[in-house]
Structures are given as structure tokens and as C-alpha cells.
Write a protein that binds this ligand. Structure first.
Ligand SMILES: *[C@@H]1O[C@H](CO)[C@@H](O)[C@H](O)[C@H]1NC(C)=O
Ligand SMILES: *[C@@H]1O[C@H](CO)[C@@H](O)[C@H](O)[C@H]1NC(C)=O
Ligand SMILES: *[C@@H]1O[C@H](CO)[C@@H](O)[C@H](O)[C@H]1NC(C)=O
Ligand SMILES: *[C@@H]1O[C@H](CO)[C@@H](O)[C@H](O)[C@H]1NC(C)=O
Ligand SMILES: *[C@@H]1O[C@H](CO)[C@@H](O)[C@H](O)[C@H]1NC(C)=O
Ligand SMILES: *[C@@H]1O[C@H](CO)[C@@H](O)[C@H](O)[C@H]1NC(C)=O
Ligand SMILES: *[C@@H]1O[C@H](CO)[C@@H](O)[C@H](O)[C@H]1NC(C)=O
Length: 497
């Protein structure tokens, strides 16, 4: 028998000990949860738990629609780097809303794969990509790329009767109270945590993505009748008609009484109710980690795939626009070495994967366009609006229209609603600049923009007045932001800002 090399044995023991010390990572990603309409309120226990960590005040999505935003998170790449080439294949809307998120290239360079390479036990629970995007994995015996344990939604849009791929077994759930989607996701998550922590040999990465509060926002049976009657917030731009915003916005007619109530008000209330179950889920996760004494060895990240509008600028109920309600999302990070703070630096969805990788002790791969903000939240002295001079102050937005979409009798998306934009936030500037293009079927926008918008949010926080083309337009700023976007649209990896 060959004797064991003692040096190798020592190395193995060391790396096992090292792996066991590595922090665990929990990522909670909700679906359509707004920040600006009070959408965080129902998750009071989660918020209380996270309150001694970092709250990143200026956190935005890179694209305000489900599947591409999730694909941005999973890959750490801008949507323009995994667009589906429509001239190469079928011209209808591809699986992941213009995104090519099921190629082997995308699968290999995904967060689950990197975490496994770093020695993590990986689990995915709930929504990964929208139904089209997960289709390849929703067959018996087909693994979800990068995950040791997966309990992943194959359908989207319902809270009962769900179709789930449960570690390579395709399951259909019924309509009993115990089949409620957030409940079965919580159960699968806790089972995974118990299993990993029983004899903790590896750290874990749990990617938990409930469907709440996405429409129809069906509450769990125990929450159907809770909460007093509530109206959706009547913010200053609720049922507000604009005349100088881009084409789709000018088409919006004032909402009629039925759209306002019951439609929007009831949806608002059910969104809150559905989030009470997400708060329960998070408490289950926290209690499980507490029982295994892992709370202080775990990083928690909590965000949403994008925001939501409920009547803002007359848009009854959706996302898809570059305005604050749709792009600004909550971002909380709590864990070892992170003090309570609410830093003002600008970050976004594309930065989450690189951040998770450095928190796990790794180095983000060249393929990623985003940057880790770990150092930014581990610095002391935050609380003021001070920015790190080496960190960007421009956040990039990209959106390829889904085509003609009508919701609650409002035309809310059409080919011209295809845009690139920049959200600029620093000590002296607070702006949104957006360029709209006519065709949702192109990569580089070689033709000139059809329309542009510029909002100075230091004086116009609700984006009521488009300064572009008026005598208040800062032409130097527009030129600067235009050049920035032209470069950014071509970038990948380290040449991205
Ligand atoms: C999808 O992405 C892969 C890898 O980058 C590429 O080879 C393939 O051509 C893409 N397919 C389409 C239709 O864009
Ligand atoms: C898209 O596909 C067409 C036709 O196959 C090809 O000519 C073009 O170069 C592709 N574009 C990109 C960006 O890959
Ligand atoms: C919870 O998970 C356990 C173990 O997989 C399973 O036996 C049980 O039926 C699940 N309960 C619910 C409500 O899904
Ligand atoms: C889209 O843009 C084209 C070109 O400017 C214009 O003719 C058309 O009316 C626009 N459509 C909408 C819905 O704004
Ligand atoms: C919405 O606004 C329009 C015009 O601005 C107004 O006539 C209408 O009464 C408003 N609707 C409701 C239900 O408040
Ligand atoms: C974590 O908590 C345990 C008790 O729950 C304690 O023994 C340990 O020192 C703590 N570790 C750190 C790094 O705070
Ligand atoms: C904020 O951004 C603008 C536009 O890039 C720039 O001119 C200005 O100097 C920046 N302010 C600070 C304090 O960095």
C-alpha cells in the first residue's frame, strides 16, 4: 500500500480547517419589491435584524425587469454582454427577455460555479430566472449550474400549484395551505441549512429568491385578512400626467377610478401581505443559524430584482422605466467586520456577484463587469455623504423593450422604450440622463437616439421636468454623460467603469 504523503495530508487538514472557518453567505432576493412606496415596511423583523449592518442608500438595478436583472446578478455582467443575437436566430422574444442566459458560457461564468470553486456548498431556493430562462433545467436529472442543492421555480406568476425542480426531480405542488410558495421555499431552505450545519465541513452559500411581492401577490392563508385597509401611497407623481417625457410616458392617460381602487390599492395591500411570509422565511433562516451558532459567521445580503410603480406618472402597475421607483432598490449587508452604516456611494446589481466572491475570500473573475464593494462597507467613518474617490459616481442603466405591453389598459412598453442611461450621484450632482432608441433589436445603437431626458434631482426629486433640450440643460454634462454611455455600452470586464 502506498503510504500517504504527510505533507499532502497536512495541506488537506489545513484547507479543511480553513474552509470551515470561511463565512457563510445568505443572499435574499425578492421579486418586484419597491423601496420608495413603503415596500420594506412589512419586513420589520428582517429590517430589525439587519439594522446593525450597512444600508447602501444609493443602490440601483442595471435593468428594471426580472429575468435580465437576475441574469445580471448571477453573472456580474451588464445585460449588453449577454444579449441574445436576434439576427442569428429566431426573431421572437427569446427565453430571458432578450438575454442569452442559458448558453454554456453564461452557465460557466455564474455565481454558483464560482462559489463551488471557492469550496462552498451551494443552494438555490425559489426563482432563478423566469420560466423561459430556467426551462433547460426543469427536466428530471438536469442540474442547475453551480448548485449542490436546488429547489427552483419552473413557472412564474402563481403562489399555488407551482412547478419546482427539486434537485433534479420535477414536482408539481397543489393548492393546500402547506403548498403556499413562500412556505415551501422556506422549508427547503431550512432543510438545506440543517443538512450543511449538522457537521459543518464547508461554508455554504444560500441564494434565496421568493416570488413575493410579484403579482398576483397572493397572501398566505394566515395573512389573508391581516393589516387594516390601506391605499397605495399618493406620492407627488401619483396619477400625474407628463408632457415632456419620452413617448410612452406622454401616452399615459390619467387613471380611472377602478384602476385606482380596487386594482392598485388592493394590489398594494396584497404585496405587503405576501411580504409578511418573506419576513417569516428570513426569521426561519436566522433562527436556524442561531441554533447552530453561525449567526456571527454569516454574511446576509438583501435586495430586490428591481422596484415598482403603482400609479406614478399614471403607470398603473409595473416596472420597465428608468425612473426612481423602478430602479432604486433596498440593499442591506450584515456580517463579520461590517459596522452599522449607511454609506452614500453608488452601486448596483452588477456588483453583487463580485462582492459575494470577495466576501468568500476569492477574487472576482475578469469576465465580471461589476466590482466588489466589500471594502467600501468595511471602512469606518461613513454616515456623511463622503465618497471614496476611487469609486465610481455613475451607475449604468440598460433596457431592451419587451415589445408592445399593455397593463390595466395602459400601453406601458413598446420598441421605443429601449434605452441606455446613467444615474449620477456625487456631492455636487444628482442626475438621471437617458437616451431612448427606436429599435429593441440592436446591440450598439449606431443610429442617433430618438429622444433624451435629463433630470436634476437635487431640485426635482420626482423627475417631473425634463431639462433636455430646454435652456436649463447643462450641455457639457450631457456631452460627458453621452460619451460615458457610448464607452460603457462597449465595455466588458475591467474596462467597464
Ligand atoms: C449565446 O451566447 C453564446 C456564448 O457567448 C454564443 O456563442 C451564442 O452565439 C449566443 N447565441 C445567440 C443566439 O446570441
Ligand atoms: C449576429 O448574427 C449575425 C448573423 O449570424 C452576425 O452577422 C452578427 O455578427 C451577429 N452579431 C453579434 C453582435 O454577434
Ligand atoms: C418540508 O420538507 C420536508 C423534508 O423535505 C418534507 O418532508 C415536508 O413535506 C416539507 N413540508 C412542506 C410544508 O413543504
Ligand atoms: C417611436 O419612434 C418613432 C420614430 O421617432 C415614432 O415615429 C413613433 O411614433 C414612436 N412610437 C411611440 C409609441 O412613441
Ligand atoms: C386622476 O387625475 C385626473 C386629471 O389629472 C383627474 O381628473 C382624476 O380625477 C384623477 N383620478 C382620481 C381617481 O383621482
Ligand atoms: C460568535 O459567537 C460565539 C457564541 O455564539 C462566540 O463564542 C464567538 O466568539 C463569536 N465569534 C465572533 C468572531 O464574534
Ligand atoms: C460630480 O460629477 C460631475 C459630472 O461628472 C463633476 O463635474 C463633478 O466634479 C462631480 N463632483 C464631485 C464632487 O466629484
Amino acid at each position: 500500500m502506498k503510504s500517504l504523503n504527510p505533507f499532502l495530508l497536512l495541506l488537506c487538514l489545513q484547507s479543511a480547517a480553513f474552509a470551515a472557518d470561511k463565512p457563510n453567505i445568505v443572499l435574499l432576493l425578492t421579486d418586484d419589491q419597491d423601496l420608495l412606496l413603503g415596500g420594506m415596511s412589512p419586513m420589520s423583523r428582517t429590517l430589525a435584524f439587519l439594522s446593525d449592518g450597512a444600508y447602501i442608500r444609493n443602490f440601483f438595478v442595471n435593468t428594471p425587469v426580472c429575468c435580465p436583472s437576475r441574469a445580471t446578478l448571477i453573472s456580474g455582467r451588464f445585460p449588453h454582454n449577454f444579449l441574445y443575437n436576434q439576427s442569428a436566430g429566431k426573431s421572437d422574444l427569446p427565453a430571458c427577455m432578450h438575454m442569452n442566459a442559458t448558453s454554456s458560457d453564461f452557465e460557466e461564468k455564474s455565481i454558483g460555479k464560482y462559489m463551488k470553486k471557492l469550496g462552498y456548498r451551494t443552494g438555490q431556493f425559489g426563482k432563478y430566472l423566469n420560466s423561459g430562462g430556467v426551462k433547460p433545467y426543469c427536466k428530471d436529472s438536469v442540474p442547475l449550474p453551480g448548485f449542490d442543492r436546488w429547489f427552483t421555480m419552473c413557472n412564474t406568476g402563481t403562489y399555488y400549484g407551482n412547478e419546482i425542480t427539486d434537485n433534479g426531480k420535477f414536482r408539481t405542488y397543489g393548492h393546500d395551505p402547506s403548498d403556499y410558495l413562500t412556505t415551501i421555499i422556506a422549508n427547503a431552505t431550512v432543510n438545506f441549512l440543517e443538512d450543511v450545519l449538522k457537521n459543518k465541513e464547508e461554508p455554504f452559500f444560500a441564494y434565496i429568491a421568493p416570488h413575493a411581492p410579484h403579482v398576483p401577490a397572493t397572501p398566505a392563508p394566515e395573512y389573508e385578512n391581516v393589516l387594516p385597509y390601506m391605499m397605495a401611497p399618493r406620492s407627488p407623481i401619483y396619477n400625474y400626467t407628463v408632457t415632456d417625457h419620452h413617448g410612452i410616458m406622454r401616452l399615459q392617460s390619467p387613471m380611472d377610478p377602478y384602476q385606482i381602487s380596487p386594482q392598485i390599492d388592493e394590489l398594494f395591500q396584497n404585496r405587503w401581505r405576501s411580504l409578511l411570509s418573506v419576513d417569516d422565511l428570513m426569521m426561519d433562516v436566522i433562527n436556524t443559524l442561531d441554533q447552530h451558532k453561525q449567526l456571527n459567521n454569516t454574511y446576509f445580503l438583501f435586495t430586490s430584482d428591481h422596484g415598482y410603480q403603482l400609479g406614478q406618472f399614471n403607470l398603473p402597475s409595473c416596472k420597465l422605466q428608468p425612473y426612481e421607483h423602478d430602479i432604486r432598490v433596498p440593499m442591506f449587508v450584515k456580517g463579520p467586520g461590517i459596522a452599522k452604516s449607511s454609506p452614500a456611494f453608488v452601486a448596483g446589481m452588477v456588483d453583487i456577484a463580485p462582492t459575494i466572491i470577495t466576501l468568500a475570500g476569492g477574487t472576482p473573475p475578469d469576465s465580471m463587469d461589476g466590482q466588489s464593494f466589500e471594502n467600501m462597507i468595511k471602512k469606518s467613518g461613513w454616515g456623511s455623504d463622503k465618497r471614496e474617490s476611487t469609486w465610481r459616481d455613475k451607475h449604468t442603466l440598460e433596457y431592451w423593450s419587451l415589445g408592445d405591453v399593455i397593463r390595466y389598459q395602459h400601453y406601458i412598453d413598446g420598441p421605443n422604450n429601449t434605452y441606455i442611461g446613467v444615474r449620477l450621484v456625487n456631492e455636487t450632482h444628482n442626475y438621471l440622463y437617458v437616451e431612448y432608441y427606436e429599435n429593441n433589436n440592436q446591440r450598439y445603437f449606431t443610429e442617433p437616439a430618438v429622444e433624451c431626458e435629463l433630470f436634476d434631482m437635487s431640485v426635482d426629486p420626482y423627475q417631473k421636468v425634463n431639462l433636455y433640450g430646454t435652456d436649463k440643460e447643462d450641455k457639457n454634462l450631457v456631452n460627458e454623460l453621452h460619451s460615458f454611455l457610448q464607452k460603457q455600452l462597449m465595455c466588458s470586464g475591467s474596462n467597464c467603469v
